[in-house]
Structures are given as structure tokens and as C-alpha cells.
Design a protein around this ligand. Sequence first.
Ligand code: IMP
Length: 181
Amino acid sequence: MNVYFVTSNEGKFREAKEIGKRYEVNVEWIRREYLEPQGKDLEEIAKISAKLLANEIDKPFFLEDSGLFIQALNGFPGPYSSYVFKTIGNEGILKLMNGVEDRSAYFLAVIAFWDGEKVLTFKGKVEGKIAKEMRGDKGFGFDPIFEYNGKTFAEMGEEKNEVSHRRRALESFFEYLKSLK
Ligand code: IMP
């Protein structure tokens, strides 16, 4: 089965391509940016983005949207993760968390799949903690401050891809595609 992944991020595409092989799903790349509406709910944002794109793409495709949710900050930055990363970055998050005891946080990834008629969503979540300082140089985005089992994602490298929110969302999506055969 062929399915198209709409993303401008090559790393995301490669990861999906690799995982897809295990499910006999061939992931093709539509390399482009797309409009992401602002909103409070990651799933809603992904769904609306997919519906808008469906006007332009005439084959089954999916996109993926993720965010970091910090408990002590009531879920901030959540759906605003991209913007917050670009503006205050990891240093800014660490400042906001200065002296805060409860450091629990999670990453959530939502996949929105347009099957030609409707949008279906699949989620993946990974729980962890906000580190006290940045550690590691292997990842991207919030990886240096997100701790999973004592290591930050940026210290884990490839190991991260085995447990990441994106991996979990992709697996649930590919399981679904496989069940259609
Ligand atoms: P997007 O879904 O690629 O737009 O991601 C939103 C923001 O969350 C990005 O700016 C990244 O900085 C951050 N993010 C998403 N996934 C990860 C991850 O696996 N590690 C670290 N940061 C991430």
C-alpha cells in the first residue's frame, strides 16, 4: 500500500519510511509546507490542516503535528510548541520552570490521515520530565530538555526513535492501514 506523507521535514519523512517498511506500507514524500491554523487542540489543528490540503492533493496522504505539554504550566506550550521554540526556546522554558518541583511533561504527536473521503486521526504520547538544564547534542527542538528514564532525548540519539511520541503515533496508524488489507 502507498501512502503520502506531507512534511517539509526530511527527518520525519525518513523515520516514517523506515517504520512503514515493517508494516508493508510504502511511504512516499510530498515535500512542502502547509497552513496550520492556530488553536487549543492539536487534534483539531491537524484535522483542519488535512481537510484544507485535501483540496489540493488527490491521493491518500497524512501529516503529523506534535507538541510538548508541561504539567506545571497547565499544558503550555502544547499546540504553540513551534512558536514557543522559535521565540523563547529551551532557555526560556527552563527559566519558566526555575524552582518548580513538579517537572512532569509529555510529548504528543497527532497524525491526520486523509483517506480520500474523510480524516482519521492517530495519537502517540511519551511521558517524561523537564530536565534542570540542557543535556545532549543529538536531537532537535526540545530534545535537550526532555528527560525520559534519566536521559534527555538529545542524549539518546537513535534510541529515542524507539520510544518517541511520533513512533507510537506512526505505529498505530500503520496498524490501521495493515488491518485494511
Ligand atoms: P511540529 O509538529 O514539527 O510542528 O513540532 C512542533 C514543535 O515541537 C517543534 O518546533 C519542535 O521544536 C517540537 N517537537 C516536536 N517533536 C519533537 C521531538 O521529537 N523532540 C523535540 N522537540 C519536538
